[in-house]
Design a protein around this ligand. Structure first.
Ligand code: HEC
Length: 270
């Protein structure tokens, strides 16, 4: 009995060796070392490693090799936006895209108004958030900020244009909740770009800063062109939470989307 177990073990080991040789030979035949033949496929955010997984070098994250799929149908936000939740049945209480936009513009103010926001940028997988003033241009649905040159967030944007920005009114009680989360793509302009002066004059309320420093407006614009950079955040998606929407029979969570690509499956009621 003992002997035959040993024999089976030996045969099994031979079998494994042959398989490994064959796999190696096939990879060599195709001109690539066998590890490079292994492909990192799309995985879900909940995926876990098993012991057959290739070794992961230190400091490398799952997203460096895999595309991570967020299951947009079952996340809490998605349920709040469209699902059976808080007295709303699936697909009801959803505002039209234009109505959501109006609500966002109302909360953020339009041109020549500004809000103190928190901007999140990411570089080398390290996120950073910073406080910054932004003005919403409702026509373009873009946010503009004017910044001193040389700060970390600007270096981040240069390397990685993806941003997330949050504005919220200080929460005092649940009935008062009002906040907006924006995501999209950022770009920078310096004073040599004609957009710089246009944005200052037509959109951003630079006059406040000029008046506070008692600098004539024209002179302030010239100074800003030398010392500052403008960031333009083009919004792709904005999610607003406003408890007051309930008063009109709508969900407190609504989302504006720039285009109907597959970033979202929110459909407004007709
Ligand atoms: C250095 C690149 C790299 C990193 C980092 C990495 N993986 Fe992978 N992963 C791979 C490769 C390559 C495969 C395919 C392996 C194979 O074919 O045997 C794989 C396979 C997988 C699979 C099997 C997928 C399938 O459909 O067969 C899962 C699940 C997985 N990885 C999860 C993760 C998770 C979770 C992390 C982060 C903790 C991670 N991986 C990090 C390269 C990577």
């Amino acid at each position: 009995m003992k002997r035959s177990k040993g024999l089976y073990g030996f045969l099994f080991a031979c079998f494994i060796c042959i398989c490994m040789c064959m796999a190696g030979a096939r990879a060599a035949q195709e001109g690539l070392p066998k590890d490079e033949k292994r492909e990192a496929k799309e995985i879900s955010a909940a995926a876990e490693l098993d012991d057959t997984h290739p070794e992961i070098p230190e400091g490398v994250t799952c997203a460096d090799c895999h595309e991570i799929k967020l299951d947009a149908n079952t996340t809490a936000t998605q349920v709040w936006l469209t699902g059976d939740y808080a007295g709303f049945s699936t697909g009801t209480g959803i505002m039209d895209n234009n109505r959501v936009k109006e609500a966002i513009v109302k909360a953020m103010g339009g041109k020549k108004q500004r809000r103190t926001c928190v901007l999140a940028t990411c570089i080398n997988n390290i996120p950073t958030s910073s406080t910054a003033e932004y003005t919403l241009d409702p026509q373009e649905m873009a946010l503009y900020g004017v910044h001193e040159k040389g700060t970390a967030k600007l270096a981040h944007i240069k390397q990685n244009p993806r941003f997330s920005l949050n504005w919220h009114r200080e929460f005092k009680n649940w009935g008062d909740t009002l906040c907006i989360q924006f995501v999209g793509s950022a770009e920078l302009f310096d004073g040599s770009n004609p957009e710089f002066e246009r944005v200052l004059k037509e959109i951003y309320p630079f006059e406040e800063g000029a008046d506070a420093r008692k600098v004539p407006h024209d002179k302030y614009v010239q100074m800003a062109k030398q010392m500052m950079l403008i960031s333009k955040l083009t919004i792709e998606e904005a999610t607003i939470t406003n408890i007051k929407f309930r008063e009109n029979g709508k969900r407190p969570w609504q989302r504006w989307v720039r285009s109907n690509d597959n970033r979202t499956n929110v459909k407004a009621e007709k």
